[in-house]
Design a binder for this molecule. Structure first.
Ligand code: DP6
Length: 385
């Protein structure tokens, strides 16, 4: 019997991937860039056990049994086995796989990215394969290839029709920009209306903006973003991040029928960020939205307390809610909003509970192998604990 447990991070793109040039190989039509979040607060965890005694392959996700006959899972497994040494003794053993996320799945919070990065890292460990595994994680979910590395990561779209050059590269580790922080405003934790996979397929088929974005906008923004990260130029970073999120959602609306991911609360958050930045006369906070209504804010540590005082004022928690449950993640001092700011934001105050909760976190490293027996999600018999 052999068992491996891995935790893998979520990543949040600042230049979005949207649209495939090859559906089967998951090859994108443009490069993308993301920050990998710390696994301290949000992560996927996967245990894989291989045994000559198992009769069949089994898979559980968040406690529920899943069909193992899933093409993306099997593409990843096939590719890892292809790269394993032929002498690997466990190649023919059956597997038990148990995976969990500690945040809402399919709510636009990049759960498939962390999940497939975790699965592929665990498989790579189990079958002892070396080298870059991002191109394997990509076969599970495109954005998963970026969660294979920590810090700032670029998914280079590649040119080859067979996809071997479509992989993730680390631009800088998390330690390069230690002041960078991330606040996620969870607007809804319900499953999204249309998955990224089907939404982007419809965009490729119908959006006239999409080819323009891929050819004319993204390549320039990728170069600007790489420079902003290398120079730790927050003003530029924030501007490009917000521009790309807006360009991505414009393309979603240009899709027919449109993919509407942001809701009224999402737009209210955009408005609060711009008002705040105007008051500060520079871009102190930036937002980005994936295929869902939740906002992901990138900002520097020096801005966190004051900006959260504004968020708490504009989006008051439901009365009686416990502060630690409303703001999850790293500890942060709660400041009352300054009088001058409250006057400026007075007209924007929303009803209690418009935000479900907030996660305060930062960037972190790539997947980690956990070696303590108690970390395994499966019993000796290969059943979830
Ligand atoms: C909006 O990676 O979930 O989060 O490759 O079909 O699995 P598939 O799609 P997925 O799409 C992510 C889209 C996005 C933008 C991004 O993360 O770059």
């Amino acid at each position: 019997m052999k068992v491996v447990t891995v935790v893998a991070p979520v990543n949040i793109a600042v230049i979005k991937y949207w649209g495939k040039r090859d559906e089967e190989l998951i090859l994108p039509i443009n490069d993308s860039i993301s920050g990998t979040l710390s696994t301290d607060h949000m992560c996927a965890k996967t245990t894989i056990q291989a045994s000559p005694l198992f009769q069949e392959n089994r898979f559980w996700l968040n406690g529920k049994p899943q069909d193992f006959d899933n093409p993306r899972l099997n593409n990843c497994l096939k590719e890892v086995k292809r790269r394993a040494k032929p002498s690997c003794p466990i190649l023919n053993w059956k597997l038990s796989i148990c995976s969990e996320n500690n945040f809402p799945t399919a709510a636009g919070l990049a759960s498939s990215a962390a999940g497939y990065a975790c699965l592929v890292s665990a498989l790579a460990q189990l079958y002892e394969i070396d080298g870059d595994i991002s191109s394997i994680a990509r076969r599970g979910s495109g954005s998963a290839c970026r969660s294979v590395y920590g810090g700032w990561v670029q998914w280079v779209k590649g040119e080859s029709p067979t996809g071997e050059d479509s992989l993730a590269v680390q631009l800088a580790p998390a330690s390069h920009w230690p002041e960078m922080r991330v606040i996620i405003l969870v607007v809804s934790n319900e499953t999204k209306k249309y998955s990224s996979t089907s939404g982007m397929k419809t965009s490729v088929e119908t959006s006239q903006l999409l080819p323009y974005r891929a050819k004319e906008i993204v390549p320039k923004q990728v170069e600007r973003m790489k420079r902003a990260i290398a120079d730790k130029d927050f003003e530029a970073f924030a501007r490009i991040t917000m521009e790309d999120s807006n360009s991505f959602h414009a393309m979603c609306l240009d899709t027919f029928p449109p993919c509407v991911y942001m809701n009224d609360i999402s737009h209210a958050i955009v408005d609060v960020v711009h008002t705040y930045n105007q008051l500060k006369s520079s871009n102190k906070v930036s937002y980005t939205f994936d295929a869902g209504p939740n906002a992901c804010l990138y900002l520097l540590e020096s801005e966190v307390e004051e900006f959260l005082s504004v968020i708490n004022y504009v989006f008051p928690p439901r009365s009686g809610s416990i502060q630690d449950e409303y703001i999850k993640g790293s500890k942060v001092k709660q400041l009352p909003i300054q009088e001058e700011l409250s006057r400026k934001f007075e007209f924007k105050v929303h009803k209690e509970g418009a935000l479900k909760y907030i996660i305060y976190t930062k960037l972190g490293d790539g997947p980690k192998v956990l070696t303590d027996e108690k970390d395994h999600l499966l019993t000796q018999e290969g059943i979830p604990k």
